[in-house]
Design a protein around this ligand. Structure first.
Ligand code: ASP
Length: 311
């Protein structure tokens, strides 16, 4: 029995742990934990209070995957419903589809009886306005290139991507050995309206398979989408790699040989079917959290730093 998460998921772990301890499923545990983060107005990267897109609308992405059935549900660019993870789970359970986006996702949430609300808090709106006005602190040199694309659409935008991006990842393995994973995010602040990141793309930002393991990403979603990063990790596990080797191999494919590794921002948590866990990042100083059988509290551990593109 184990649950691992990106560090901003720490507030969701106690409830998830209770579910697991009482014999609940990994799927219920990761959904419950994600909802707690989606509720947190101080986490501007997920759910209620998330930073908005270029035109000031909060658009959420989320996905959930059941490693037993390989069923998955996802929503992209969802507006007006904070529990994106629950909408994603209902997509998985109620529809013959994996992903709904935009208006269709909101329509479905309403049909499921969920309450629509305004997700932009005053605090998040202030940061959004400051970014539009070019009044945010300057970003670090190595990350500047990654924001160039966005800058083309956002005159004078300068901001710290550590503050304007982020996502929550959870992976749990329950008593019966079943694995589930959940990812939820408001995506990159000032993203182009309708932009969908890796978080709801199964195989990119989220993948789980009981037979091998699971992985979930935060970071520059476009890289994980084009490389199919989490699916790669699980495939490498299937091929007999250790968990760390699988993470290394997946990060090797994040960028093309001509691209500057310094511009790639990516982090990932991963678990194999034996309960081994690891978390990696292209940035130093990052951590993740986990709780496993026999522990009364979660523990925070450093992530392994990987330079993308290196074999
Ligand atoms: N991966 C998310 C996205 O690209 C954002 C993040 O994790 O920072 O939307």
């Amino acid at each position: 029995m184990i649950i691992i998460a990106s560090t901003n998921g720490a507030i969701g772990i106690p409830q998830a742990w209770e579910i697991l301890e009482q014999g609940g499923t990994a799927l219920d545990a990761v959904e419950a934990a994600t909802r707690i983060v989606e509720d947190n107005p101080d986490d501007h990267t997920v759910g209620y209070g998330g930073y908005p897109n270029l035109v000031g609308d909060v658009e959420l992405d989320a996905s959930i995957m059941d490693g037993t059935t390989l069923q998955a549900g996802a929503v992209g660019a969802l507006r007006g419903y904070r529990y994106a993870i629950t909408v994603a789970r209902r997509v998985m359970e109620e529809l013959p589809h994996v992903m709904l986006a935009g208006e269709g996702a909101a329509r479905f949430a309403a049909e499921m009886g969920m309450q629509s609300e305004h997700l932009l808090t005053e605090q998040a709106a202030q940061v959004w306005r400051a970014g539009i006005d070019g009044q945010q602190p300057t970003i670090s040199a190595s990350q500047t290139a990654l924001l160039d694309e966005l800058r083309r659409h956002t005159a004078n935008l300068t901001s710290d991507p550590e503050r304007v991006s982020g996502t929550v990842n959870f992976i749990a393995q329950d008593r019966t050995g079943h694995i589930a994973s959940a990812v939820s995010t408001s995506g990159w602040a000032w993203k182009y309206p309708g932009r969908v990141g890796d978080s709801p793309v199964i195989g990119a930002g989220n993948y789980a398979d009981d037979r091998y393991g699971a992985a979930a990403c935060t970071g520059w979603g476009e890289l994980a989408i084009r490389a199919g990063t989490t699916r790669c990790v699980v495939l490498y596990l299937k091929l007999g790699y250790t968990l760390e080797e699988a993470c290394h191999a997946a990060f090797a494919d994040l960028i093309a040989p001509h691209e500057d590794p310094g511009t790639a921002i990516m982090s990932m948590v991963a678990l194999d079917r034996h309960g081994n866990h690891c978390a990696v990042s292209t940035s130093s100083g990052r951590t993740y959290v986990y709780q496993a059988a026999g522990m009364t509290n979660l523990e925070e551990l450093p992530r392994l730093v990987i330079t993308p593109g290196q074999k």
